[in-house]
Design a protein around this ligand. Structure first.
Ligand code: NAP
Length: 461
């Protein structure tokens, strides 16, 4: 036999490696779905139930026995029962002794009980090895095979061997186990499925706050002011004009807020002279939701593009254009081409198109399927360098839009500047501070600090 044939043998499946029987307590939705998946993956499955009569709902090939009989047939028992019914397990303590109990349960509320369900199970049946797993996978996803969005299974437990056995099962089902450590992590794992978009909360609340503020701001300036002073009814601006004012403003502010925490972190590191001191909690949280902030900003930018595309077909715009042409014709006048104005208008559009294209690219590269295919340096290049370029282009787009109206007193109504002027405050601060930070006298020490150098190693936490 040559050397290669050994390799081929090593790769061949080990037919003698028979799967161990898995016991599932509870023939409810989750127990049946998990049983079905286990049988598909080659595991003999035995159900422990209050009712030992098999039904058409029980996966084909599985046995249904009493709890005590079923537990004796397997080393691993998956408890697919709600926590409030666990008490009957104490009567099985002797049979369950030394076995691995897998707690898959979830609660209805975050931190519903003082201890996690898995810790409660471990206290209820001492002498067993409790492992928390599978609670983030839904019965429906297991049954239908649509597990793409939830392939990760958090696993935790105090017994390494037991945890390993459960992780092997997770892998055999085609899922990815994520070891979360000891049973102390169970509470967090149980809270996980109850959280509603935790990373999206801040970006969504912030954007709602900004939208509300700029809506009323624009309403006062663009609808109420002309009504009071000129008796003109521009209330229809609420449908397109005002949203098309709000969307780019919110998009630009949110995009700047993606880069502001990085700039603040740099200032803090420079001030402290170390990277080994924790940032304040609020900054940590802000940094963690930068991707979500960016994606919400992209959604607003996208809406701005859509609103802009319909401008030529708006009845108000067509009325204004035809009116202007008619008044010129009636006066027998022509309007000479204003090249400065044409330049400003084309530059404004060009900057907007380029800014939005890069913004779109940033959004695409933040998707896991794309970011998994680029290395860390490429990802950083896109998110940092191209990100700043996008911010520069979008800020320039707004600045050119303002043109020479910034200082004109007619653009102020009730002393309120045009809303786009307010949107420039945060981006300009971020860009100016970033520009200052790239000066060698600041960039060099900052790079050293980020490589682990400390100016004052004793800096307190
Ligand atoms: P379920 O459909 O209500 O089934 C629970 C099963 O528990 C029942 O079918 C019953 O099985 C058993 N049971 C009920 N009362 C009992 C009692 N007094 N004593 C002993 N056994 C009792 O619930 P499920 O949706 O399958 O959920 C089961 C567990 O999985 C829960 O802890 C849940 O949090 C967790 N989970 C569910 C999902 C999901 O998508 N459904 C996802 C993740 C985790 P027998 O009639 O066979 O005794």
């Amino acid at each position: 036999m040559n050397k290669n044939s050994y390799n081929i043998m090593a790769l061949a499946p080990n037919t003698s490696n028979k799967r161990e029987t898995v016991c599932i307590f509870g023939t409810g939705d989750f127990g049946r779905a998990l049983g079905h998946k286990l049988i598909q993956s080659g595991y003999p499955v035995v159900f422990g139930s209050r009712n030992t009569q098999t039904s058409s709902l029980i996966p084909k090939g599985a046995e249904v026995l009493s709890h005590a009989e079923a537990a004796q047939k397997a080393a691993i028992i998956i408890i697919a029962i709600q926590r409030q019914h666990y008490s009957f397990l104490t009567s099985l303590a002797e049979i369950l002794h030394g076995k691995v109990l897998v707690d898959v349960s979830n609660n209805l509320k975050i931190n519903q009980y003082p201890e996690s369900n898995a810790e409660y199970l471990a206290q209820l049946v001492p002498g067993t090895k409790v492992v928390k797993a599978f609670n983030t996978v839904s019965a429906w996803a297991l049954q239908s095979g649509t597990l793409d969005a939830s392939r990760q299974v958090f696993v935790c437990g105090d017994d390494m061997e037991a945890k390993q056995m459960v992780m092997d099962i997770v892998r055999a089902l085609g899922l990815t186990p994520l070891d979360q450590g000891s049973l102390l992590a169970a509470q967090e794992i149980e809270n996980y499925p109850l959280q509603l978009f935790p990373m999206w909360k801040f970006p969504i609340l912030l954007s709602l706050g900004l939208v509300t503020f700029f809506f009323f701001y624009s309403l006062i300036r663009d609808v109420i002011y002309p009504y009071v002073y000129e008796s003109k009814d521009f209330s229809f601006f609420i449908a397109i004009s005002i949203p098309n004012r709000i969307c780019p403003i919110v998009a630009l502010i949110l995009l700047a807020l993606v880069y502001l925490p990085g700039v603040l972190a740099a200032i803090i590191q420079l001030y402290r002279g170390t990277k080994y001191s924790r940032f304040p909690d609020w900054l940590d949280k802000w940094m963690l939701c930068r991707k979500q902030l960016g994606l919400v900003a992209l959604a607003f930018a996208f809406l701005h593009v859509l609103y802009t595309l319909v401008i030529p077909i708006r009845s108000f715009v067509r009325w204004r254009m035809s009116n202007r042409i008619l008044s010129l014709a009636l006066k027998n006048e022509t309007e000479p081409l204003n090249t400065t104005h044409a330049w400003l208008s084309d530059s404004y559009l060009a900057l907007g198109i380029l800014g939005f294209s890069l913004f779109f690219l940033l959004g695409i590269t933040s998707l896991p399927s794309v970011s998994n295919n680029v290395n860390w340096r490429e990802f950083r290049f896109v998110q940092s360098k191209l990100g700043y370029l996008t911010l520069i282009l979008c800020t320039a787009h707004t600045l050119v839009y303002g043109g020479n109206r910034f200082l004109s007193p007619s653009s102020y109504r009730w002393y309120l500047p045009n809303a786009y002027m307010l949107s420039l405050i945060v981006p300009c601060i971020v860009l100016v501070v970033k520009f200052v930070l790239i000066f060698p006298c600041l960039d060099k020490p900052l790079t050293q600090i980020r490589q682990g150098w400390e100016r004052n190693p004793q800096y307190p936490e």
